[in-house]
Design a protein around this ligand. Structure first.
Ligand SMILES: CC(C)(COP(=O)(O)OP(=O)(O)OC[C@H]1O[C@@H](n2cnc3c(N)ncnc32)[C@H](O)[C@@H]1OP(=O)(O)O)[C@@H](O)C(=O)NCCC(=O)NCCS
Length: 212
């Protein structure tokens, strides 16, 4: 099959769209599913039960576990491991060497495979280089986690988080620009790049067009 959007059986019997590119050094286990137009770079390992949408890219040395769902247009930079119990929605950006976790209180001598805590990264969120996401958290839509931050609580939609532990210092637009809004209360602001309008109501930020 050659048409874009069709599915083919590839060398490892994973289901991979013909329009997807996989470097010869990458390992895609039998049973993995990748959508169209993905890019899989050097030394990537994708596990058998991973489910991945279209137009995603996986940089050098990325690992994708079995109990992992990844939407479309997700960018995973070099040296990121996406462990079991992690879900990435569409348009998520994982910066280089950022870290997911799935066991909250690991001990080498205690098996906690039945105790994984799920991490959900919602649409459009950015996880900056070298940040750490403590498991059991939800990162809101279009939230922005700064480089090196440690997330150990749920993050609201559009929130800009930095530091260890991460604290909210502002709000980011869908385009990744700071919004002139207070951290709490009410307000209105536009994205300086796109002009999109945002509303803050009782400390909750929404895109104005979604709030009509
Ligand atoms: C968050 C970020 C976008 C900067 O946003 P900004 O609105 O320009 O923020 P500013 O630089 O004005 O900083 C505001 C404050 O937050 C602090 N800050 C900014 N980024 C920070 C970070 N990652 N960690 C800790 N503090 C940070 C600044 O020091 C400043 O503190 P101050 O008010 O006490 O001086 C940027 O620092 C960042 O982390 N980008 C991610 C880069 C990345 O990971 N890219 C991956 C692909 S290569």
């Amino acid at each position: 099959m050659t048409a874009s959007g069709s599915i083919c059986l590839w060398r490892t019997e994973a289901l991979i769209d013909v329009a997807t590119t996989i470097h010869p050094s990458a390992i895609v286990d039998a049973g993995a599913v990748l959508g169209e137009d993905c890019r899989v770079w050097h030394f990537v390992h994708i596990s058998a039960k991973a489910r991945i949408g279209a137009h995603c890219s996986f940089g050098q040395n990325v690992f994708v576990g079995n109990d992992v769902m990844i939407g479309s247009n997700v960018r995973v930079q070099n040296n990121v491991s996406i462990y079991d119990a992690v879900t990435l929605e569409d348009d998520v950006f994982c910066g280089p060497s950022m870290v997911f976790t799935n066991v909250y209180n690991p001990r080498a001598a205690v098996s906690r495979k039945d105790e994984y805590r799920r991490t959900q990264v919602r649409r459009g969120a950015t996880l900056g280089a070298n940040c750490t996401i403590v498991c059991g958290t939800t990162i809101g839509r279009y939230a922005f986690v700064g480089a090196g931050a440690v997330i150990n609580r749920d993050v609201p939609d559009f929130a800009l988080m930095v530091g260890v532990p991460a604290r909210q210092i502002g709000w980011m637009s869908r385009h990744g620009e700071r919004l002139a809004l207070p951290l709490g209360g009410d307000g209105e602001a536009s994205c300086p790049a796109t002009g999109e309008r945002y509303q803050l109501r009782a400390g909750v930020c929404v895109l104005a067009e979604e709030n009509r």
